[in-house]
Write a protein that binds this ligand. Sequence first.
Ligand code: MN
Length: 499
Amino acid sequence: MNKDEISMRQIETDYHELKRTLNSYLEKPDLNSLDKVWEYTKLAHTGQKRFSGLPYVSHSLEVANILAKWKLDLDSIIAGLLHDAIEDGGATREDIVKEFGTNVAVLVDGVTKVASIRLRGSNTEEFVENLRKMFLAMAKDLRVVLIKLADRLHNMRTLQYVPKEKQKRIALETVEVFAPLAERLGMGEIKAELEDLAFPYVYEKEFEILKTESSPHYKEAAQHIKKMTRTLLTKLAQEGIRAKIQARKKHLYSLWKKLNRSEIAGDFSKIHDIVAMRIIVSTIPECYTALGLVHSTYKPVPHIGISDFIAQPKPNGYQSIHTKVFGPGGRIVEVQIRTFEMHKQAEYGVAAHWAYSEAKKKGAEEDMLRIGIKAPNKLSWVKQIAEWQNDIRDSDEFLKAVKFDALSKRIFVFSPKGDVYDLPDGATPIDFACSVHTKMCGYIKQAIVNGHIVPLNYHLKSGDVAEIVKTKNLKIPSKDWMKIVATNTARREINKLLK
Ligand code: MN
């Protein structure tokens, strides 16, 4: 066998593994269709190679594998295999529609379109922010963005093979566009991995220095946390709380960013979360009980205080309680407390919700049974599903509340200059005016959308270009506006003016 034949053999084994993974979380996936797609993908990329020297399809397959790890549906997996078939392979959109139907074609097409947006040399923060929002506006189907992220993740994992002159540009784009995108989607783990993969290419020297300098700090902090873990696990058990305690190492890139803050100025002793303690429990009340236990065992650091992101989640949905305490020897340690459910959410973000909703369709009961039979070993993804099933039983309401709402109910409206405004579904030109500038609320004469005058109760759509014609003098709004606006900002401003 020559080298290519050996590679291809390994790839076929990996493909087989993908099918096993799909079987583990999808109900009766149509694997015959998948085989057809696989044969087609290989054909479309015949003779093409990655910079690593491997056949091109190794990339297609890895992207599908990442999506399977996130437990996406079969259409996403298929689109993952085909994602480069149009742009880099020999296929056309018509081929994909004919062979695999419009559902898959829409996804593949979306990924291809997103790929054609480039940074165009501009580097200003605003532009990057706009680009990020454009991504979301364009990708009407969230799965397109997830496929794109999986694509980027694998490209970053294999960046060492890419010619040197391209590496830095790709890494920079990853840090500026894709990592923030992952963060916005609540995919904290993915964001951190993307940043750490890009770090050595974007800031080569700084990376080398930090890697050497930080190593003893990581070790010391980890030992510290080990001691605390024993003490706290005992106390939690005495309260009858089943908890998991982890030492969470801060990712190198985010450590570097923190060290660069002016108030830290490179001083490691000011970083209290280089390794943080993470306590994971089953329910929200247990989070607060755990917090009480932590504070009664180790004195909380005064003035820094606790951040309760459970009571007040971050905009991307992140939930946890963060506190800082004096650990053994007076050393300051950050402790993060969350439920298993919040933990999944923090790692996989919207992808986790996708998996939740898919699993829910299948019926949790049946799954518990299957997992019980199928999970005698330590395969972590099986455990993950098992944990998800538990969460689903406990918090139906929670799921209903968070499932995609954050994204599917947002629209993106442009100003004539191209600025993007992120508004809730149902927003009117009045909401738009207030988000451009709160003061503008009192000067609305007319609204123009896509070049036409529209009534003020017009419902804006993603992609609309909106413009407000202003009055010369302050104009008191009509009381009826309260009934048509969709944002709190607008409501507040109207109220102010009515008084
Ligand atoms: Mn690709």
